[in-house]
Design a protein around this ligand. Sequence first.
Ligand code: IMP
Length: 431
Amino acid sequence: MSCCVIVGAQWGDEGKGKIVDLLAERADVVARYQGGNNAGHTLMLGDEVYKLRLVPSGILYPGTTCVLGSGCVIDPEVLIEELDGLEQRGIDTSGLRISGNAHLIMPWHRIIDADSELMLGSLQIGTTRRGVGPAYADKASRVGIRVQDLLDEKILRAKIQTALSVKNVLLRKIYHQRPLDKEALAEATRGYAERVRPYVADTSLLIDQQLAAGRKVLCEGAQGTLLDLDHGTYPFVTSSNPIAGGACAGLGIGPTRITDVLGVTKAYVTRVGAGPFPSEADEERSQLIREHGGEYGTVTGRERRCGWIDLVALRFAARVNGMTQLAVTKLDVLSIFERIEVCVAYRLPDGSVTEDFPAHQSDFHHAQPVYEQLEGWNADISGVRAMSDLPPAAQAYLAEIERRVGVPVGIVGVGPRRDQTVTVRDFLRAA
Ligand code: IMP
């Protein structure tokens, strides 16, 4: 049995897609445990580019079971569009299983997400406006509509009617939008039901059975640790738990089943949306990283803010996830620099210097980065496939990350293609 959680160690966009894809080839099950179509990853299979937002990348490998767990929120329109798109390209989607307990993103969630952001003005979170937050809010308020509701027309109609009796008042009176038509919505949603029905399953049981049979399960987190609702940089966070513990709640497996936690970090840091970012680079170098790293959002196309690796935040991520290994992606992007900054501590407003992530929001908002400067390698490393072939300065950079974070580096990305990877440890095989 092997159950490896892949978790983002930063603010999302760490390149988890490529790492999951690498390991998915050898996994029996690839399971997403939280988030919705606010996530997005681009995968390259040969010369073909696939952009997935919901469905786990394991779908590209015949025979792999892919799971959307109960912790996910699912926009049925997006799901169906993604499934249709995959099938049109000859990808068999019959291996997908969706938890009946997962919640649906309904049209009012999308409207409320966008409009409530507008109302926040300068306090905007910068959400992806896909309705993810409002769907999770309804889940917590116990008025959400779940995937299993799609399977019973009577229940579905009743739930839509109940929801709209409140949401339409909100839409009209608060957001000055036109109310949604109950009949049209019930009809459209019923249409989705037929398409989604074959995929609905008890995914907690399925994963348990797979683990009991000694199979390899990969749990795929979306977003990243600093966007975690409980442990991230609240309120500039997503509405679910991307941290490794979220895999247990979001899939219905016990913590004792997890054998490995692989934290994925970029060799630098990016952030989309608003919120504090201590190691953000100056505009010139941020721009350089953005251009060389192609740092534009997969879902929204927004420019990502770019900065230097933050080892204070990474140590924190190692702690809250119980990381056993690190995957460092996009090391090649830093090849353009003569010298590289590494944020090793924060100077807090009271003048103290700490290597621990501040527990209080004001300390984090005002934290000043303390940098150590390391030599760059200034050489093309995109063809390197073994750790020992990396330039000494690149090896020293990785060694410094390992030393300060206390977690060994198991995988290094040196380019966007799947083969542009240095693998130190073979996860699913070794586990
Ligand atoms: P939401 O998840 O759409 O509610 O957005 C909440 C915050 O999480 C915003 O700052 C988004 O930019 C951020 N976010 C959500 N999904 C991703 C992602 O996949 N990558 C990076 N940031 C994300």
